[in-house]
Design a protein around this ligand. Structure first.
Ligand SMILES: [Zn+2]
Length: 465
């Protein structure tokens, strides 16, 4: 396996500086990313953040680390409850529907599945235990309504992540909603007492029936799976306040430990220069993009490379067309050398290749993928010339494997010919008749045409051999 052997530098939101990354127990890296609130279909702006986390994880692996990633599903909060009621569905039914759609979209975008994907509603006991600790050590108190609040005055570091001006804080002010802005900062809800609007949603606790606040969910699940102190916590920049600020307060006050060593945040996305909004009709899902004739690879390439993760990305259809063309150039290049015999390539390991040095150098600078790709496209042009001339070639298979371990483009998806499709349909019919002999001989016929067939829960999957 090829690795980058230089230090990796990442921008820590907490310190506002670029820091050399040193995990607590190398080569392991314990990484938590806030997952989606599953009350509707995620839009491509959400996926910009999840692609950033995927990039981070892939770069960590290329730099020789072993990331262990946890991403939660927020399947109970103000928004999920409201959506379940609007759809007249039990909460769990609504949220599992959107979790399925979300995981399909992850697959379409070649986003590596996090090692663990805990749901908040499966961990209510952990949250109650954490809140009990905070009550015992005086960082939380019970309100008259049966809710439990975190006392922000009890934590002098409150506001350091978001650079809050503590002068403006109103002592004693309380916030019941999960989401609020800096101007209305105050004691926030750890446990929300049941209200008639909550319908069937509620759990028993020492403080009566209710449900956890959104922020405590992530504190409880991240520390449960990764330990009270772990390496990286990341998410979209909209989560810095109040969500991550509150996570820090709850976790550090409960354990007395540092909680997270490195905070990373991905900036937001615009569409045609405007904020995404239902009224503008510019909130696109992955399915909307596919319906316009683009693939997950094109969208992945655009969202990863059109802007550095800490800069605003402006999505336009023209930019997506350009991304499709760029992916096409890579595919053409791959097609040119993929069929060549192994003897055509240098046997040297890619470590000594200038491309790898510059590719790693760019990524080491706070994941500068656009810069890294600039080096790659230069290399692509040079090797295309070498192919034209029949000149010696570097170890292209190994180099591409290293580059694509980060880019994640994988194989171009080709459409099977009508003959292959017909064979596959006949095979599917044979299998439903339980005619395994016929099914096997059709598999062979498909393989003769240069395709493989795999049986998945969704049906047959055809791939170029
Ligand atoms: Zn979270």
């Amino acid at each position: 396996m090829t690795h980058c052997r230089i230090p990796l530098h990442l921008f820590n939101t907490f310190s506002r500086t670029l820091e050399e990354f040193r995990p607590i127990a190398p080569p392991k890296v314990r990484l938590y990313a806030c997952g989606p609130t599953v009350y509707g279909r995620a839009h491509i702006g959400n996926f910009r953040t999840f692609l950033f986390v995927d990039l981070l994880r892939r770069v960590l692996a290329l730099f020789g680390f072993e990331p262990e990633q946890v991403m939660n599903y927020t399947d109970v909060d103000d928004k999920t409850i409201a959506a379940a009621q609007a759809a007249s569905l039990p909460l769990r039914e609504l949220t599992s529907r959107y979790i399925d759609l979300f995981e399909q979209d992850l697959q379409t975008l070649h986003i590596l599945l996090p090692d663990r994907r805990p749901k908040a509603t499966d961990h209510i006991g952990l949250m109650i235990a954490l809140i009990e600790k905070l009550l015992q050590n005086g960082h939380a108190y019970r309100g008259e309504d049966g809710s439990v609040y975190f006392r922000i005055d009890s934590f002098p570091d409150y506001g350091r992540l978001a650079h809050l001006d503590r002068q403006g804080l109103q002592p004693g002010a309380r916030i019941a909603q999960d989401e609020y802005v800096k101007e209305s900062v105050g004691d926030f809800a750890l446990w929300k007492a049941w209200k008639p609007e909550d319908g069937e949603v509620g759990w028993d606790s020492p403080w009566g029936k209710g449900r956890p606040g959104w922020h405590i969910e992530c504190s409880a699940m991240s520390m449960h799976y990764l330990g009270e102190e772990f390496d990286i916590h990341c998410g979209g920049s909209d989560l810095v306040f109040p969500h991550h600020e509150n996570e820090i307060a709850q976790s550090r006050c409960a354990t007395g430990k540092e909680f997270v060593h490195l905070w990373l945040h991905c900036s937001h996305m615009l569409v045609d220069g405007e904020k995404m909004s239902k009224s503008l009709g510019n909130v696109y899902s992955v399915a909307d993009v596919l319906a316009k004739g683009y693939s997950g690879r094109h969208l992945r390439f655009l969202l990863l490379t059109a802007a550095h993760y800490r800069q605003t990305l402006n999505f336009t259809w023209e930019a997506l067309a350009a991304a499709k063309a760029a992916v096409g150039r890579i595919d053409d290049w791959l097609a040119r050398w993929r069929q060549l015999p192994a003897e055509r390539f240098a046997a040297a390991t890619p470590e000594g290749e200038p491309l790898l040095a510059s590719f790693c150098g760019s990524l080491a600078d706070d994941l500068n993928l656009s810069d890294a790709l600039g080096h790659f496209f230069e290399f692509l042009r040079a090797t295309n010339r070498a192919l034209d001339l029949g000149a010696p070639l570097p170890n292209l298979p190994a180099l591409w494997q290293a580059v694509d371990s980060v880019l994640g483009l994988g194989e171009p998806l080709e459409t099977p010919s009508s003959l292959v499709q017909e064979l596959a349909d006949r095979r599917s019919a044979a299998r439903s008749r339980r005619d395994w002999k016929e099914s096997d001989s059709l598999r062979e016929a498909i393989e003769k045409e240069g395709w493989t067939v795999r049986d998945t829960p969704e049906g047959q999957e055809l791939r170029r051999r």
